[in-house]
Design a protein. Structure first.
Length: 365
């Protein structure tokens, strides 16, 4: 298990990551989501050792990665969003270079090379210079180096970026297979990818964890994750009396003309369409487990009693993309985002200008 415990990171006076905590279990793929400037990339860089946290700890199987950073690095494979590769090398030369850094034995390297070439689809470009590769092949080469040493933990930042639809399917299947044996933290802006691969998601916003839960539970964080879309035809269509009768129901008008009205109806409690409520006339908001309320039935009754005609009546559930948008929308336009991104960029540029330190990142196998 990898445990992130009260992790924080400052860039000057700007707090990019604010005491976040979460865990990744063995054989688990966790989606790590957040809008730009939320602290997502900073967190990934701390986990893989590229950045030192201002406070907090990261543990692998109960041992802090800061106690023995070299041992920790041997257990982690990292594919960054901006994939740094050496353009003058061929693909096989690059993989051999990373194998040498990690001190993989020759026979083991050949075994792993065959594995990554086959599973990352690199056979046709193995002896081609990286500078001539398409973005998709560069991405596959980056993934190959991340899994070359067979790490226990994979940190993948936008792993299918630049791939065509067929390649995306292949890489997702590879990640799914790797997740059966490894701990995988997957960061992606493609919600369908997260939904296809992950059982659990962690959402970071403004440097704080706002959600850490299974995907199927995410709708519970919104009051209108499940809605009724209703179009009615009739004279003087008005739902005011219905809303007075059921104050826990809200209604948004989508469109209206002289004879028709299209609305979105949902319960403010966050419950699904059918739920238990009281029949007590003195308290419409109290709960009574012995009675059942179905919003569809009550709306149908209300419309029928007024002689209106139903043109459309359907249930709509919010997608993961819409849920993510609703949970993080307030963070999109805040000036502090640009300050965080600028501060982190300046820090990384300063680090890159420092003299390189020689460090043994290899491991005998």
């Amino acid at each position: 298990m990898i445990k992130i415990d009260k992790l924080s990171r400052y860039f000057g006076d700007i707090k990019a990551v604010d005491e976040i905590s979460f865990c990744i279990q063995d054989k688990e793929i966790v989606g790590f989501l957040g809008p730009n400037g939320a602290g997502k990339t900073t967190t990934l860089r701390m986990i893989v050792g590229y950045l030192q946290p201002s406070s907090g700890n990261i543990e692998i199987d109960g041992e802090s990665i800061f106690t023995d950073p070299l041992k920790a690095s041997r257990q982690i494979g990292y594919l960054p969003e901006q994939n740094p590769l050496y353009d003058e090398m061929t693909v096989v030369e690059l993989l051999a270079y990373f194998a040498a850094l990690r001190k993989l034995k020759r026979d083991y390297f050949r075994e792993r090379l065959n594995f990554v070439v086959k599973n990352c689809g690199l056979k046709d470009v193995l002896y081609q210079r990286i500078g001539t590769l398409s973005k998709g092949y560069r991405q596959r080469t980056g993934l190959a180096q991340a899994i070359l040493h067979d790490p226990r933990i994979l940190i993948l930042d936008e792993p299918t970026s630049g791939l065509d639809p067929n390649q995306i399917i292949e890489i997702r299947e590879l990640i799914r297979e790797l997740g059966k044996e490894k701990m995988v933290l997957l960061s992606s802006h493609i919600m369908q990818e997260v939904q296809a691969l992950c059982d659990r998601v962690v959402i970071i916003n403004k440097g704080k964890i706002i959600v850490d839960d299974n995907i199927e539970n995410l709708p519970n964080y919104l009051k209108r994750s499940t809605m009724l879309i209703l179009e009615v035809q009739g004279e003087n269509v008005d739902f005011s009396d219905f809303l007075k009768e059921y104050p826990f129901v809200e209604l948004d008008i989508l469109s209206r003309n002289e004879t028709t009205c299209k609305v979105c109806v949902y319960e403010t409690s966050g419950r699904l369409i059918s739920s238990s409520i009281t029949n007590n006339e003195s308290d419409k908001n109290s709960i009574d487990e012995t009675s059942e309320f179905d919003l569809r039935q009550e709306l149908s009754r209300f419309i029928r009693d007024r002689g209106w005609l139903i043109l459309e009546f359907s249930t709509s559930k919010m997608s993961l993309e819409s849920i993510f948008h609703e949970l993080t929308i307030e963070n999109y336009y805040e000036p502090e985002i640009e300050e965080k991104l600028s501060a982190e960029q300046e820090f990384m540029e300063e680090e890159q200008t420092k003299p390189a330190e020689t460090e043994d990142n290899g491991e005998e196998q």
